[in-house]
Design a binder for this molecule. Structure first.
Ligand code: FAD
Length: 255
């Protein structure tokens, strides 16, 4: 490992939404710059090894801050995530200095339709927070209209983003948020949309004022959702170059 290409981050806090879903807030020594929607490569150095165990994670915070936010799912049989859950406040993580990725706002289209499973909302949160800040401080004149469809099995798995995005959608006219839960029988107080993201996408495409020729569609998170959603979007008339995806993992055979 070339240590000059990595920085150390400090774990400020972990906010748990369930046993296996949490927001991680990390602090860097210097403000971190990137294009909203991109991912950082984070990891831990294991005892006796000088190579950190690294994985990509979408940054949910806006660029230019020393604090970085990540929405992470623990994979029980995974190599890195169980170790992340073992960390205490103040623990050190490694991050590759280059934050990269092409899952960023499509500059060629007017409207932005964004679909996510659970933690896949991270890149959209970064994009939205960045746009909100730019509109408020006057560095951006006109908002880019965005619709986020965000699915989880139960509503608490949508994290603090459920409140943040619901509140924002009530305050501004350029943003709409549609959370949906696929196991409403386990969440009896839930009054929002029910069903998987792709089912809600089908319904909202019929009602949406965003026309396929002027809209970029983004899908992020679980590979099955991405494949189904892209089929629906293609049948609705979206062109290939308007479809953007970020698959978080590859399913193993039989998974
Ligand atoms: C560009 C990019 C951005 C990503 N951003 C995020 C993010 O913001 N938040 C986040 O939680 N993850 C994100 N991921 C996934 C992340 O990089 C790791 O794959 C995940 O955290 C598992 O790491 P691990 O070392 O614990 O498991 P591994 O040892 O890498 O994986 C073990 C097995 O679990 C499978 N697997 C991995 N993730 C899942 C999952 N979520 N559900 C079911 N099976 C899975 C793998 O395919 C593998 O077969 C992103 C991936 C990519 C490619």
């Amino acid at each position: 490992m070339d240590a000059s290409q990595y920085s150390q981050l400090t774990l400020l806090e972990r906010i748990d939404f369930s046993e296996d879903l949490a927001l991680f807030r990390l602090r860097a020594d210097e403000p971190v710059d990137f294009t909203p929607g991109q991912y950082a490569t984070l990891g831990l150095k294991e005892n006796g090894s000088d190579r950190p165990l690294l994985r990509p994670y979408s940054v949910a915070s806006a660029p230019g801050n020393t604090e970085l936010e990540f929405f992470i799912e623990r994979v029980d049989e995974g190599a890195l995530t169980p170790k992340l859950w073992d960390l205490n406040q103040g623990a050190e993580l490694w991050m590759r200095d280059k934050i990269v990725g092409r899952f960023t706002l499509d500059p060629d289209r007017t409207y932005h339709l964004m679909a996510a499973t659970v933690t896949g909302v991270g890149p959209y949160v970064s994009i939205i927070r960045n746009q909100l800040r730019a509109l408020r401080n006057g560095t951006q004149d006109a908002p880019q209209p965005m619709l986020v469809l965000h699915g989880a099995s139960r509503s608490w798995e949508l994290g603090t983003y459920l409140d943040e995005l619901t509140t924002l959608a009530a305050e501004v006219d350029w943003f709409e948020y549609v959370p949906t839960v696929s196991r409403p029988w386990e969440d009896p107080d839930w009054e929002g949309e029910c069903g998987r993201v792709e089912d809600v996408l089908r319904k909202h495409l019929d009602e949406s004022p965003f026309s396929p020729s002027e809209t970029a569609a983004y899908t992020c998170g679980h590979p099955q959702m991405i494949e189904k959603a892209q089929g629906i979007l293609e049948r609705a008339g979206f062109e290939d170059d308007a479809l953007h995806e970020e698959k978080y993992f590859v399913e193993r055979n039989g998974a």
